[in-house]
Design a protein around this ligand. Sequence first.
Ligand code: ATP
Length: 318
Amino acid sequence: MSNVSTSLVIEDLLKDFGPVPSLDGRMMRVLHGISLKADAGSVTTILGSNGAGKSTTLACAQGLLRPNGGSVRLLGEDPYGASPALRSRVGVMLQDGGLPPSLRPIPLLRHVASFYRRPADLDALIERLGINEFATTSIRRLSGGQKQRVALASALAGNPEVVFLDEPSAGLDPQSRQVVFELIGELRAAGMCIVLTTHLMEDAQKLSDYVYIIDEGRNVAQGTVSELTAHAAHETPAQAVTFTAQAAMMLPALPEHLTLAEASPGHYRLDGVRSPGDLAELTTWWTREGVLPHALTMQPRTLEDVFLEIADKGNNAN
Ligand SMILES: Nc1ncnc2c1ncn2[C@@H]1O[C@H](COP(=O)(O)OP(=O)(O)OP(=O)(O)O)[C@@H](O)[C@H]1O
């Protein structure tokens, strides 16, 4: 028996909305064949620009929307119109929270937990996410970050096997973000299947076991973070070099594929470095100007670089 079980399988998902008046009353296709998988004990992240189709994909995966084509299997079942038994194994954190505004957080969480057969240790979750600090405030009056924490606790209250998190770290202060990261790490280690979307590339890079990048309702890249950052361009990946030196130096003319800028006084960044010759362009300039940098770092490609390259290609193709 395999040790890894696949909790979610989406194949060739199609979704239309409409009828749309600007399309003469025709339907608008927003998902054009999305496919993805998510395993137990792992974090699977869906990245994409605004309107790429992330939330629609999640809504189909959760059974909230009926696909127009393709298939979704969540814990082995079609989630659309699924049994309460399936729903009790799945947790959902929506982008806008979807929480009842007049309730206070703790009664709400107790109510949510009461629907589940094996709820999470709610007191521990409340403590962990610092919800006691604002326990007497109604949801309506909570700050954005506080609402996020309640929404996350609500998604986890039923101790689900699969949890969908739509932008879980959006609006969180650095301390709460750290707590959420640690919690996600523990849930993954405990075998939960975590499917998330985020616009924060640094978070995606830290959290994800596997990443799907989608654009205009289509899969455009997928892999582990290291696979994506190493191979996305199918060529020697460009790197950046950062260095500190005296501020406000006159920048040299460089070959077109290199971009040099002073990001903040005395902190410079050269993008597009692909060969030792590119570094020589820099050192030639330093030699000419008599500059010896104080510090120099080669920056490996990040998920953000990959994402921006893909978005750029998409824009150029349009
Ligand atoms: N109920 C709906 N009716 C009509 N169009 C919709 C509906 N829901 C979403 N769309 C459209 O479908 C496309 C995909 O939207 P979706 O919310 O899935 O994108 P997203 O990747 O989650 O975006 P964001 O990052 O902005 O949250 C968008 O063009 C959006 O306008």
